[in-house]
Design a protein around this ligand. Sequence first.
Ligand code: PGA
Length: 250
Amino acid sequence: MTKIVAANWKMYLGKAGALELWQNLKPTLKNLGDINLIICPPFTSLADLSEVTNFGHQIFLGAQDCFWEDQGAYTGEISPKYLEALGCKYVIVGHSERRRYFRETDEMINKKIKAALANDLTPIFCVGETKEERQADKVKEIVADQLKRGLVDVELTSDQEIIIAYEPVWAIGTGVACSVEDAVAVHRLIIQELKKILSKPAPILYGGSVDEKNVADYVQEKEIDGVLVGGASTKLASFSQIIAKINELT
Ligand code: PGA
């Protein structure tokens, strides 16, 4: 079964760094197994990495965010239309860092998801609970609510897709990954919730401190369709080992 690896380079790797990592990564991508790889560099490197889109049919370019209008007086924002024109096929929407630092609400995320779909981009829609919410035993409630609100009136046509990323906030960038057992339990919950909301199933990724040591444990689970990797995808050694580990399994 195809596994998805989405690399979220966040605000790391400027022009030179992003190009260098891509150039060094290329040899390891020659014999990609049953993996779809989505590389999400900062906006300023998307054009420089346009070669990604020609490299192979399993490798795609993605953005880390988008606005919900096609154009207008929205200083500093980036339209999904512009991203599509640059060769992007995917866009991360509702990442917890955006919810936290930029006050993104479920309503804003819902508009972004619809705008992305309308512009032929596949949203990678992030959901996940905080540490306090997990301690208060609210994981199910929080995740189900984020899905419901983020996907209001989202109707997928036969050629449209949406990817869900389960990213517990407390596991992001902390080195404390969610146990495989707990991740699988939330993925099962997401599968059930999506049946009530969408007309078809969606791939579900796990994200949060995924690295070369733990990646195989996640992707070998049938409920986990792949991983969203932040920090470890910005370093050549760990990123190429992550790909190698999944290659062995597919
Ligand atoms: P991390 O980030 O792998 O550095 O924990 C994941 C993410 O934020 O998508």
